[in-house]
Write a protein that binds this ligand. Structure first.
Ligand SMILES: [Zn+2]
Length: 568
């Protein structure tokens, strides 16, 4: 069939300029005249801000939407005419709108049968021109909006997704562009192109980024309303409830607990929940300061008070005025400073080092310690009267091993934070890794967990899960469980186990002696806690008790043995 265009006078009549109302119309659709250099600038901005792939998607979809709109005129303006003339509305409008000169090369279609094949030549594509101006000659076709338009128009016309692809493009150095359109299923790489017509996932990516930013912010500002305090275990909730109760008062709070349990975070949360939240929170670690500087650090110093005091300086008490002062590791404070601190607490005023005058300060004091202050008093390292002053409202923060239920949520929270910090995408913890975290003893508490998770995030590969080896790299290989000859689940001895057995055999010790030594070691490691020792040995508590009793019985050469307890 001949591929001549019918007259486009019907389409030209659709176009109306209404300068009085400030509108341009194509039929009943409002249009706008835009500068191609403005569009070119937008294109460049898109490419540099979201990358060429996303820019291509956005522009393809924009062209696609225009094509869909124009397809309505095919039915409206040329109803009942030859199908081919009706189809030509698209290419003719595309020309009228200034996209390019469109010349049909091959066209055959059957709407009913869903068959389509079209080949068109585009001369003077504004888009190829704009792209070349900004980026020079490129390797890949760049008429994204034009292709989108052709695809959108033809898809609406045909009632199925027709994909147009450029086989030649002026942006790549050709003297014109050439496109071929076929149903998307007929293109070998059609599926890969579907993304250009589906909803952009950029929003999802932005949301993922947003949550990373939020996580990052929470690491940078650990203040956020106790947001750092994660925990649902009974032990943790008890401590948190105590803290909530005292927050609104002015009472001095003494936070106790092992190293790394998160005393500073607790103090910050306390501050955030108090009516001093909009005033400063100042923390000072008494153990980190040299004894001779601690007074100057806490109370400030006047110029010339000692060699090196070149200028007057406010101390932490003054800086915390109106707010909260945390004295961390207060048990490490030198005696002289303790005496001064006691006076400040009694009188509510401070005296800078080298000054004769006093200043009033209004500070809510929180002290934290991981040593037993009562013991320190007995040992003569801590003033009893100061202890009474500080110990108004003690809160003991439980160690992590007493908060097993909190390990999982804590680790997940840390994972999000460290992924943001190290620009890494890690999907989570493998089950075995989570189990190892639950079973660990946590001498270093939350801080140790934090270190482990950070190491895990660094060691895990991009886009994968944290494995147990990432958390505990030096752990001996875990025993393998497998199916034995009888089809039962059984623990298979590892190479290390074989080695150990050989050494035991070579040692010449009897089995009883070995067992006795292992039991003693477990009890010693568990610091006398028999349940803990049993756990270390993989026994129940009654089983351990039985073995111990049997031993002592044989020590005493007793002839009879109790029956062993039933296996649990
Ligand atoms: Zn092109």
């Amino acid at each position: 069939m001949s591929l001549k265009y019918p007259s486009d006078i019907d389409l030209r009549r659709l176009l109306r300029f209404e300068p009085d109302s400030g509108a341009i119309w194509l039929g009943d659709r409002r249009m706008v005249l835009m500068h191609t250099n403005a569009l070119a600038a937008l294109r460049q901005d898109l490419i540099s801000s979201v990358g060429p792939e996303h820019a291509r998607r956005i522009l393809t979809r924009m062209g696609y939407a225009s094509g869909l709109s124009d397809a309505e005129y095919a039915k409206k303006t040329r109803p009942g005419e030859a199908m081919q003339d009706s189809f030509m509305v698209g290419p003719q409008l595309h020309m009228l709108e200034g996209a390019a000169r469109v010349t049909p090369v091959k066209l055959s279609f059957d709407v009913q049968a869903g068959q389509f094949y079209g080949e068109f030549r585009w001369d003077h594509s504004w888009e190829a021109y704009a792209h070349r101006q900004k980026f020079g000659v490129v390797d890949d076709p760049a008429c994204w909006m034009l292709q989108g338009y052709a695809s959108g128009y033809t898809s609406a016309f045909m009632g199925r997704l027709i994909l147009f692809k450029e086989t030649l493009c002026a942006a790549c150095g050709a003297d014109h562009c050439q496109v071929v359109g076929r149903p998307i299923e007929e293109w070998p790489d059609g599926e890969a192109h579907r993304v250009y017509f589906t909803d952009d996932s950029l929003m999802e990516k932005m949301e993922a980024l947003q949550s990373q930013v939020e996580a990052l912010k929470s690491t940078l500002e650990p203040l956020g309303l106790g947001g750092q305090l994660i925990g649902n275990s009974v032990a943790f909730r008890k401590a948190y409830a105590l803290m909530e109760k005292v927050a609104q008062t002015q009472a001095t709070v003494l936070l106790t607990g092992e190293t790394g349990v998160g005393k500073e975070r607790f103090a910050r949360a306390l501050h955030e929940l108090s009516n001093r939240a909009d005033r400063p929170f100042v923390a000072v670690n008494c153990a980190a300061l040299p004894a001779e500087l601690i007074e100057a650090e806490l109370f400030g110093v006047e110029k010339g008070a000692y060699t090196g005091a070149h200028a007057a300086r406010a101390g932490r008490f003054e800086r915390a005025d109106g707010g909260t002062l945390l004295l961390d590791e207060v048990g490490e404070m030198p005696m002289a400073a303790q005496t001064k601190l006691l006076r400040v607490l009694q009188e509510g005023e401070i005296e800078r080092v080298g000054s004769e005058t006093t200043r009033k300060v209004n500070v809510r004091l929180v002290a934290a310690t991981n040593v037993d202050l009562e013991q320190a008093v007995l040992a003569g390292r801590f003033r009893r009267d100061l202890l009474y002053r500080l110990n108004v409202y003690p809160i003991c923060i439980p160690p992590l091993r007493e908060r097993i239920a909190d390990i999982d949520p804590l680790a997940q929270g840390m994972l999000t934070r460290f992924c943001a910090l190290h620009s890494k995408r890690v999907l989570g913890f493998e089950e075995r890794a989570l189990q190892a975290l639950q079973q660990h003893d946590w001498p270093g508490n939350v801080r140790e967990l934090e270190n482990l998770v950070e190491r895990g995030v660094i060691l895990a590969s991009q886009g994968s899960m944290i494995e147990v080896e990432h958390l505990f790299p030096n752990q001996p290989e875990a025993a393998q469980t497998s199916v034995d000859a009888h089809g039962q689940l059984a623990r298979l001895p590892s190479a290390q186990d074989d080695d150990l057995s050989a050494r035991i055999l070579n040692s010449g010790s009897s089995l009883e002696e070995i067992e006795a030594r292992v039991l003693d070691l477990a009890v010693a490691r568990a610091r006398g806690n028999l349940s803990e020792a049993a756990r270390l040995l993989g026994l129940t508590r009654p089983q351990l008790a039985y073995r111990q009793k049997r031993r002592h019985a044989s020590d005493a050469d007793a002839p009879s043995l109790e029956k062993p307890p039933l296996q649990e």
